[in-house]
Design a protein around this ligand. Structure first.
Ligand SMILES: O=C(O)Cc1cc(O)ccc1O
Ligand SMILES: [Fe+2]
Length: 430
């Protein structure tokens, strides 16, 4: 099933959207009385004083302000973790995992959330959490809110609707969505099961990567980012709001749907992007450019050019490099690289790295093509070749990525991963 929703376009625009005519005040944000007896509520994901170019906030015009909710109580964190991960020691080893199994019991998005790794510090607002969701049921009568960071959804299986305070986004494998820190949402499944990766960004909100000398167009274009239109429900009931705050989960009662926003304006709304719109720019001469050419979104860290998190994709493309070892080169990197696969085969690893699986090559840990790929690529005839039906991605971060106990000691870990390089032989004929 594919659902068509209406969206507004343009990355980070100051949008305006109202369901009822005149619900948005004109020329001011907070009139003495808001039309339709709505409440005005400001929502800031950056400091009030952030420079204009970075400042992100919305004004909501809603049936009830968000303060109308019960008292929070702590609940079990289940398999959700935040940085720093202290339950196990992080080894420098190269790590790889099979996909997390799909649930057989009734499991919604929150129940089926498991943390693979995290880095930096959730309270220090630097670093990321890397989670996988695997669900077979929509969230019914409950809502989720993450005060710890924005959530980048990378679906791998199935199609979901993200119901949010700002409206609805439908996403499926091959598309991504970002929900800003603090936006309340719920996940509806349009398919029997849904699975995907989540990068929780504790740091500065994502922006589009710079283009440099490439110019004014290319890579991820601003106009391809889609934002929801306002859409409210006026619903009462015995509902629950689950909030992740400071690395822990809490719940409270809520007697109404928080999706009661009749109109909103601002630049801090959830958005989606179809990865097939990424305009790949790559060599037409020789050598393998660094994977930064594939960056879709980046969260800057404060040090120019060194990301808190880069979200990088490896889409279908032509490969034409001449006299070149075409797959990713053997490599050691100051940045830490967590990878996942949405579809097909990744050019460095033809075996063992499967859709829904993951790998981690941490700061300075060596990695690169498996032995067979090296043999094949160093003897291949270098005709133009189309890489089809493939979509790998990488979360690349300046901070060491710490796997959780679930990831390090659980059954999805591939204990023999480094065997993929065992067949690499000395060939030196000096
Ligand atoms: O597979 C990886 O490790 C990611 C990666 C891809 C690439 O094309 C070049 C360098 C690199 O680290
Ligand atoms: Fe790498």
């Amino acid at each position: 099933m594919t659902i068509e929703l209406e969206y507004m376009t343009g990355f980070g625009n100051e949008f305006e959207t109202e369901v009822l005519p005149g619900a948005l005040p004109i020329g001011q944000f907070s009139p003495q009385k808001v039309k339709y007896d709505l409440y005005a509520e400001q929502f800031n994901v950056t400091a009030f004083t952030a420079p204009r170019c970075d400042n992100r906030r919305n004004w909501f015009y809603r049936i009830r302000p968000s303060v109308v909710q019960g008292e929070y109580e702590a609940i079990d964190n289940a398999l959700v973790r935040s940085a720093p991960i202290t339950e196990v020691v992080t080894p420098p080893s190269m790590l790889r995992w099979d996909p997390v199994e799909l649930p057989t019991e009734k499991t919604d998005f929150i129940d089926g959330l498991v943390t693979m790794a995290a880095n930096g510090s959730v309270n220090g607002q630097a670093g990321i959490g890397i989670h996988i969701y695997a669900a077979n049921s929509s969230m019914e009568g409950r809502y989720f809110c993450n005060a710890d960071g924005e959530l980048l959804f990378v679906p791998e299986l199935g199609e979901i609707i993200l119901h949010t305070e700002c409206g609805k986004l439908a996403i499926k494998a091959g598309e991504i969505a970002v929900i800003p820190r603090g936006i309340k949402f719920s996940v509806e499944l349009l398919t029997d099961t849904a699975r995907g990766y989540i990068c929780e960004n504790y740091g500065q909100p994502y922006v589009l990567a710079e283009r440099g000398p490439v110019g004014a167009n290319g890579y991820a274009n601003d106009r391809d980012f889609e934002y929801p239109i306002a859409c409210f429900e006026d619903k009462q009931g015995d509902f629950e709001l689950v909030t992740k705050f400071g690395g822990n989960l809490f719940r409270c009662d809520i007697g109404h749907s928080p999706f009661d926003v009749v109109a909103w304006t601002g630049n801090s709304a959830p958005y989606k992007y179809d990865l097939s719109r990424f305009n790949v720019i790559n060599t037409v001469s020789f050598d393998h450019p660094d994977p930064s050419i594939f960056t879709v979104l980046t969260s800057p860290s404060g040090t120019p050019g060194v990301a808190n998190i880069d979200f990088v994709v490896f889409p279908p493309r032509w490969m034409v490099a001449e006299n070149t070892f075409r797959p990713p080169y053997y490599h050691r990197n100051m940045m830490s690289e967590f990878m996942g696969l949405i579809e097909g085969v990744y050019d460095a690893k033809e075996h063992g790295f499967v859709p829904g699986g993951s790998s981690l090559h941490n700061c300075m840990s060596p990695h690169g093509p498996e032995a067979e790929v090296f043999e094949k690529a160093s003897n291949a005839e270098l005709a133009p070749q189309r890489y089809e039906n493939t979509m790998a991605f990488m979360f690349e971060s300046r901070y060491i990525i710490q796997p959780t106990k679930f990831a390090l000691e659980g059954k999805t870990r591939q204990p023999n991963y480094s065997q993929c390089w065992k067949g690499i032989k000395k060939k030196f004929k000096g």
